[in-house]
Design a binder for this molecule. Structure first.
Ligand SMILES: C[S@@+](CC[C@H](N)C(=O)[O-])C[C@H]1O[C@@H](n2cnc3c(N)ncnc32)[C@H](O)[C@@H]1O
Length: 300
């Protein structure tokens, strides 16, 4: 990927060197983007008491619900990404093998925030190493699809997989008292309001020694070209209007956010690129320009 960048048109190369002037500070969402605003600014008191839900995002995802489980439908790209999510989580956990799980059997408890139709949640619940998956989403149409799809598999008992219509702010007290080994936010943080506060709240549910795992998109001219222009407008592999480039978050902003907070260590990142016909592939360094996974371990 790096070497191919040398062959990009001069204008694009120049644009990338300048970097987008439209930062998306997490605390203030994107209403007033400003040059050089602190990336991932700490969540303000106002943001931390506000909902992360953006109504137009919810309408957008509800409209896609019907085809969520069609492997060639609106969520095709998410289906193809799913195996990499499991590999990434395994790699993160293997990097600190001494940390125990929250259950006596050694099985893991997951909280999947913004689970959508359940692509990751279902697959995680089927793993023998899983004790339970709590999967939450504020889009009612999407959650209805998730529930009805899971109901087709008798192995996905309520104990294994529970869907809750909630955001991280409205998670019921019963779930709040659980310790989660892994909290996942896959392709979600670029769709929420007040992302810094949202991430912090999600982090509160990770048990000491557990992992907060997310995937998102870097805010660069290349990602605008690939995820907005190519994927949505030209190739149509992602439904039009899915992504607002201004809400993308860079990996160094996430690192700085967590460094500033303390209590988290071992940041891990994996840059991935979607190659039509081949699917998602790991491309070292691509986290700086497009899609990537990011994880941190909560200090034990
Ligand atoms: C691109 S989809 C990703 C779904 C799923 N994580 C996956 O990758 O298969 C984004 C999801 O985030 C959900 N979402 C939007 N705002 C949210 C919020 N404030 N809290 C939790 N989920 C949210 C949407 O309803 C949608 O299902």
């Amino acid at each position: 990927m790096r070497s191919s960048l040398r062959h990009t048109p001069t204008l694009l190369r120049h644009a990338r060197a300048v970097r987008p002037s439209c930062w998306a500070p997490m605390a203030s969402a994107v209403q007033s983007p400003s040059l050089g605003a602190p990336a991932l600014a700490p969540a303000s008191a106002r943001a931390s008491s506000s909902s992360s839900v953006n109504p137009s995002e919810i309408s957008h995802f509800n409209a896609l619900a019907a085809t969520w489980w069609d492997p060639h439908g609106s969520s095709r790209i998410l289906h193809l990404m799913n195996p990499l999510r499991h590999d990434f989580i395994s790699t993160c956990r293997a990097s600190s093998p001494t940390v125990t799980s929250s259950t006596p059997t050694g099985q893991l408890r997951y909280l999947d925030v913004g689970c959508g139709g359940g692509i990751f949640a279902e697959s995680a619940a089927r793993l023998p190493s899983t004790a339970s998956v709590t999967a939450i989403d504020p889009s009612p149409g999407v959650l209805a699809v998730a529930r009805s799809h899971a109901a087709r598999d008798p192995g996905l008992t309520a104990e294994k997989l529970e869907y809750i219509s909630a955001t991280i702010e409205t998670l019921p007290p019963r779930e709040r008292s659980k310790d989660f080994d892994v909290v996942t936010l896959f392709e979600v943080i670029e769709h929420v309001d007040h992302p810094a506060a949202f991430i912090d709240r999600c982090g509160e549910f990770v048990k000491p020694g557990g992992w907060l795992v997310m995937s998102t998109i870097a805010r660069t001219w290349t990602s605008w070209f690939t995820t907005n222009l190519m994927a949505e407008d030209i190739l149509g592999v992602v439904p039009k209007g899915t992504h607002d480039w201004r809400k993308y978050i860079n990996e160094d902003e996430l690192r700085a956010h967590f460094r500033g907070k303390g209590g988290w260590s071992s940041p891990r990142v994996l840059g991935v690129v979607y190659i039509p016909g081949l699917g998602w592939k790991e491309v070292k360094g691509s986290e700086k320009i497009g899609n990537y996974f990011f994880a941190l371990q909560r200090d034990a």
